[in-house]
Design a protein around this ligand. Structure first.
Ligand code: DLL
Length: 434
């Protein structure tokens, strides 16, 4: 596949120029938030840093961090840097603790987000000839509208179907001859399953690319979806606090996700919040370089990945994030061992026995934690199976132990037992009362 750009001049800008641009934008941003957001003025005063101290992008280390709890503590509009009248859109995401995280956009913010999404969709080959089926949820979640605006900016046809009603999704995917499917990877796997159950054939569809994100997914899951839906599956990343989907995106080389660094400045930090050596995994931290309504300095995402600043073979110069392993707050600690659901997914799907329908069940008995991995068999594995089940279970158990150091229970469950997801999949059932 040939590289397809939306904004070639920016996407391939030499890194030395990009750094100068980032420095100029950071300098302006720091003065802007110091003037307009009391929260940041107080934080910067506490660190004795003035906007005039920020001259190049490397000065970013002098600036304070922002946490998700800061957004909640300033609910709903306390971090806004513009009068409410200038805010043209509000989105919100619900976390585990109940209170919403609110984000606001000016018209310029919406335009910049649409540009980031247009560049992202172009990475997956979307052009004005494409028909983009948007099955991310529309609403307070940023997935649906983000993909929608990006596809419109390219001039593609948009099918704003949102998530849910899978039978109707399949009918319109076929009848409107969609070329690009946008949804979570777990929903893509569900659509693939429903396609067979609905009596469709893959030849009924014109799909060539999938733009999947909003949750961690393994290479095994990618291979599964690519095979079942006969398309190239691309990873897209984003978070509402920074803009929504389109903060970064895989290109045709599929060797990391390009962060649109003229808009969002990424850092990878270790547990002491110091920069990690290049290629080392750490926490991803973002500074919004152009946002007007709710700019954020050094926002701690809790997402864990690597960052690579080498120029990509596709010609883009913007740094590439590795695939997200998981969020530090989604990490399970079972008898002292750290496990991410994505590690278990990798084992299950790489072995080829399991379908992408799996769930981790965590319990606590007599102060000891247990992990049970429940999975449904891949439909291809059904024939002549019963005698082999024990062997499969042992093999999976052994591989999970090799990958994580954890002795997990492994349970094969009946087809259809694991709840299917139309949005972000819930992979963990944690029954511990901690
Ligand atoms: O999930 C935005 C989005 C929509 C991204 C559609 C991609 C596609 P939030 O609901 O605020 O926003 O959740 C953000 O989801 O911090 C990650 O933990 C996770 N996440 C997002 N994309 C990926 C991905 C949207 N490609 C949180 N891989 C982030 C792994 C992802 N995790």
């Amino acid at each position: 596949m040939k590289a397809n750009y939306y904004n070639k001049a920016i996407e391939t800008m030499p890194r030395s120029q990009l750094e100068v641009l980032q420095g100029e934008r950071l300098h302006k941003l720091t003065a802007y938030v110091y003037e307009r957001v009391p929260f940041y003025r107080a934080k910067m005063d506490a660190l004795k840093v003035r906007p005039s101290d920020i001259k190049t992008i490397h000065d970013i280390v002098k600036l304070p961090f922002t946490e998700k709890s800061d957004l909640r503590d300033n609910y709903p509009f306390g971090l806004f840097a513009v009068p409410k009248k200038e805010v043209v859109r509000l989105h919100a995401s619900s976390g585990t603790t109940g209170k919403l995280t609110v984000v606001g956009y000016t018209q310029n913010d919406i335009d910049a987000w649409s540009e980031a999404m247009a560049r992202s969709l172009a990475c997956a080959g979307v052009t004005s000839d494409s028909t983009v089926h948007v099955a991310y949820g529309y609403g307070m979640f940023t997935g649906g509208l983000g993909a929608h605006y990006g596809a419109e900016k390219i001039g593609a046809r948009v099918v704003p179907i949102s998530s849910g009603n899978t039978a109707r999704q399949l009918m319109l995917l076929k009848d409107f001859e969609a070329t690009t499917l946008c949804c979570t990877p777990s929903y893509a796997a569900y659509i693939a399953e429903a396609l067979k159950e609905g009596g469709y054939k893959i030849a009924d569809f014109r799909l060539n690319a999938g733009v999947f994100g909003a949750e961690p997914w393994s290479e095994g899951m990618r291979a599964h979806i690519q095979k079942e839906l006969n398309l190239q599956a691309f990873d897209i990343y984003g978070l509402s606090e920074i803009t929504g989907p389109g903060v970064s995106m895989e290109c045709c080389r599929q060797d990391g996700l390009h962060v649109w660094e003229d808009l969002f400045y990424p850092e990878i930090l270790d547990q002491q919040l110091s920069p990690c050596a290049s290629g080392t995994q750490g926490e991803l931290v973002f500074t919004t370089l152009c946002k007007e309504a709710m700019p954020l300095l050094r926002y701690r995402t809790r997402d864990l990945c690597t960052l690579n600043t080498a120029v990509c073979k596709c010609g883009r110069t913007h740094a590439r994030m590795g695939k997200i392993l998981g969020r530090s707050d989604d990490m399970l600690i079972i008898r002292g061992v750290n496990v991410f659901p994505s590690q278990i997914e990798t084992v299950l799907l790489d072995l080829g026995y399991a379908s992408p329908n799996y769930r981790l069940v965590v319990e606590r008995h007599n102060n000891t934690d247990t992990l049970d991995v429940e999975f449904e068999l891949s439909p291809d594995m059904f024939s002549g199976l019963i005698s082999g089940v024990e062997k499969i279970r042992d093999e999976i158990k052994h591989k999970i132990y090799s990958a994580t150091g954890l002795n997990a229970g492994v349970r094969l469950v009946e087809q259809g037992t694991i709840p299917r997801s139309e949005g972000k999949a819930k992979r963990v059932l944690d029954n511990r009362k901690i």
